[in-house]
Design a binder for this molecule. Structure first.
Ligand SMILES: C[S@@+](CC[C@H](N)C(=O)[O-])C[C@H]1O[C@@H](n2cnc3c(N)ncnc32)[C@H](O)[C@@H]1O
Length: 268
């Protein structure tokens, strides 16, 4: 699946995403403990949000390699890094399952919200374990099941009802991280759930976010006619209210549950 067509949508909402997912970013920072001068690799980095935070911690002598399989995502990340004045960020198009990096060439690696999208997540984890130096850390983030992450499912249920969408199996958003880290040759250190809320000024803003940055669902929404789109938008606003996610002032807070795992490459 190409992600090039979603890069602009991701960039448009990068600030909102960063604010909502701050607890996840803090977890990654704590898990990776990036130090001055280190080289940190982000795999499937999208527009680079998680990596940019880390860039501040490795200092001018360190490097953050922002990689993604989509050229448009990488281009966006490069421009954003430049705009943010992050001179220690390098970008490259790279397939997560076939990293074009030498063995033991980075100090640590992360992969947030990408593993479960890959054909072979185990291959990507093995690749991360290969390129991290002995003793180096690998931190990965996936999602708990869809009922714990209703933001997109509240739209996709309506799309399914209208015969417009065939959702992937529930298991495809998650991975059992502890055995996955172990099978890749890493020593699992911890696997933890990290709850947070997607926060929007209004139900309309929540809808626009999902329509722009909701992955496969965004693509389906682009293809529907205006009338159907309006019907879906109204249905989404109702579903948010029924679920109790809309406050008296109209603002919206939708719960989310991320699952993060940390592994270490055994010392040689
Ligand atoms: C849901 S986004 C997550 C982006 C980013 N890690 C974040 O947390 O904001 C998934 C990303 O995986 C990338 N991706 C999908 N398949 C890939 C592959 N085989 N190799 C590398 N990146 C891939 C997409 O281009 C997209 O940017």
């Amino acid at each position: 699946m190409s992600w090039d067509d979603l890069a602009a949508g991701w960039e448009r909402w990068s600030q909102l995403t960063a604010e909502a997912s701050a607890p996840v970013d803090r977890w990654f920072l704590d898990a990776l403990a990036p130090a001055e001068g280190q080289t940190i690799l982000d795999v499937g980095a999208g527009t680079g949000e998680a990596a940019f935070l880390i860039a501040e911690h490795v200092g001018p002598g360190g490097r953050v390699l922002v990689t993604d399989g989509s050229e448009a995502m990488v281009d966006t990340a490069r421009l954003r890094a430049r705009r943010l004045g992050l001179a220690n960020v390098e970008t490259a198009v790279m397939d997560a399952e076939r990293l074009t990096l030498d063995d033991a060439s980075v100090d640590a690696a992360l992969c947030r919200w990408t593993l479960y999208l890959l054909e072979d997540p185990a291959a990507a984890l093995r690749e991360m374990a290969r390129v991290v130096r002995p003793g180096g850390r690998v931190a990965v983030g996936v999602w708990a099941q869809p009922d714990e992450n209703p933001l997109v499912p509240l739209v996709s249920l309506d799309l399914v009802r209208l015969g417009l969408y065939d959702p992937p199996p529930a298991s495809s958003h998650s991975l059992d991280l502890e055995p996955a880290l172990r099978d890749a040759g890493l020593t699992p250190v911890r696997v933890e759930e990290v709850p947070f809320h997607w926060r929007f000024a209004s139900a309309r803003e929540a809808w626009e976010y999902v329509a722009d940055a909701g992955g496969a669902v965004s693509r389906v929404l682009r293809g529907v006619d205006d009338g159907t789109r309006e019907e879906l938008r109204a249905g989404y606003a109702e579903a948010l209210a029924e679920a109790g996610y809309v406050a008296a002032d109209g603002s919206v807070a939708v719960p989310a549950l991320a699952v993060n795992g940390l592994g270490v490459r055994p010392a040689a």
